[in-house]
Design a protein around this ligand. Sequence first.
Ligand code: TUI
Length: 310
Amino acid sequence: MNINELLHIKYPLIQGGMANIATGAFAASVSNAGGLGLIGAGGMDVATLKENIQECRRLTDKPFGVNIMLLNPFASEMAQVVIDMEVPIVTTGAGNPGPYVKAWKEAGILVLPVVPTVALAKRVARNGVDGIIVEGCEAGGHIGELTTMALVPQVVNAVDIPVIAAGGIASGKQMLAAFALGASGVQVGTCLLTSDECPIHENYKQAILKAKDSDTIVTGRIGGTPVRILKNKMSKEYVRKEKEGATLEELEIYTLGSLKKAVVEGDIINGSLMAGQVAGLITECKPVKEIIEQLFKEYKETYQLLASEV
Ligand code: TUI
């Protein structure tokens, strides 16, 4: 079973709801390529979210969704915006969406929370969500503790709704592995950062292309909000200060507005360049459509190769 029928999409692939990156235009390009595009509401205010929903609708007639990042101070207002604007699909991140699920379901919205543990997966499943995006700590941005390889099969055993694997997926082979673990679809972020349509600064794209396997680092582990980003002056200093016992206020100096610094200004020294551990697999910039088609081509070829060897 995959999620194509549930979401009315061609490929069982959801774009990560990357805060400050995934605009309405970007989401539309993913939806037009046959995946599910998401508007990342994480760094937006309510008015900006509304504009992006309108823009996405203008650019695609395919299904799209909104990712509501629950640490966003406007999250509860945004929960109402997606109802009022008849957004068909909502994903959530960085918290428990429990308080909003009933209203979304009553409005006919398909709800797919991103969760980092079996416990939260079971809780949201009881709330009546339509599927669960299970994100391992290989992912970029805000992460949990468990790896995709360990977490996905445990959530698959614990719930009876579709599970979508996220974190550490940037190739057809990794997609196939996710399906082997019981996933019904995948969510990808890092491999779309270098797409032609991705609105991040060229310097950010070049940094992803240059990154190797161990070029990401996790900030905020001690403070309780772990975030995986590329190693640079800012992130290395942040982790050093964190280990020295710096207060959250002292640490905030490094991260304040740092994602926008990277995305908009291309500041790869002091900016926060969110990326997953798969950054080392990304070697070229190309259109979203080609990235997605290549993933599924490799997926099929690998599946056939493995099947022929059994
Ligand atoms: O949300 C994400 N990834 C993100 S959000 C983001 S914006 C941001 N920037 C700086 C600091 C914090 C956020 C960048 N990347 N992924 C989904 C995800 N959700 N990963 C982990 C979680 C999560 C964590 C705890 C989900 C639920 C949760 O629940 C705790 C609870 O309340 O039970």
